[in-house]
Write a new protein. Structure first.
Length: 140
C-alpha cells in the first residue's frame, strides 16, 4: 500500500505544533516524494499547478526549518537545498554524494561518519555536513 503522504504531513505538522496550512502540506509532500535535497526553485517547480508565490514558499520553508522538520542539506549554485530532517540528528546529517559526470546528488543515509572534533581552541562545531564526489551507478 502506498503511504498516505497527506496524512503523514498532517501528522508531522501536528507534532511540531504548526498549523496545517495547504502550502506546508504541499511542500512536505514534495520533499517526501523527492529522493534528493531540492532547492527552493525545484520545490516551486514540483508544486506545479498549486501556484504559491516565492515569498510564501520561502516563509514556509523557514517555518519548517525552525521546528526542525526540514533542514538545509547543502548549498549548490548559490542555492540551499532542502530535505526532510527525519534521517538526521541536530549535529549531523547523512553524507551527500554528487556524481561529477551527470551532476545528480544522492542521500547516503546508510553511512554515518564519526563527528569531527574541534581542531583548535576557539572553534566550536555545531554541525557536520559531508559531501562526497565520484560516479553514480548510472555513470560507471
Ligand atoms: Zn551520474
Ligand atoms: Zn539527504
Amino acid at each position: 500500500m502506498k503511504p498516505n503522504l497527506d496524512l503523514q504531513s498532517r501528522t508531522m505538522l501536528k507534532a511540531a505544533e504548526l498549523y496545517r496550512t495547504k502550502v506546508r502540506i504541499a511542500i512536505l509532500k514534495v520533499l517526501m516524494k523527492a529522493d534528493e535535497p531540492l532547492s527552493q526553485e525545484q520545490i516551486a517547480r514540483r508544486l506545479g499547478k498549486k501556484h504559491f508565490d516565492k515569498v510564501t514558499i520561502y516563509r514556509t520553508l523557514e517555518s519548517l526549518l525552525k521546528v526542525g522538520l526540514v533542514h538545509k542539506a547543502f548549498i549548490e549554485k548559490r542555492a540551499w537545498h532542502f530535505e526532510l530532517a527525519d534521517n538526521c540528528t541536530e549535529s549531523q546529517c547523512h553524507p551527500h554524494f554528487t556524481c561529477t559526470s551527470c551532476g545528480s546528488t544522492h542521500c547516503l543515509t546508510e553511512i554515518s561518519l564519526p563527528m569531527a572534533k574541534s581542531p583548535r581552541k576557539g572553534f566550536i562545531i555545531h554541525r557536520q555536513q559531508v559531501r562526497l564526489e565520484g560516479f553514480c551507478p548510472a555513470c560507471t
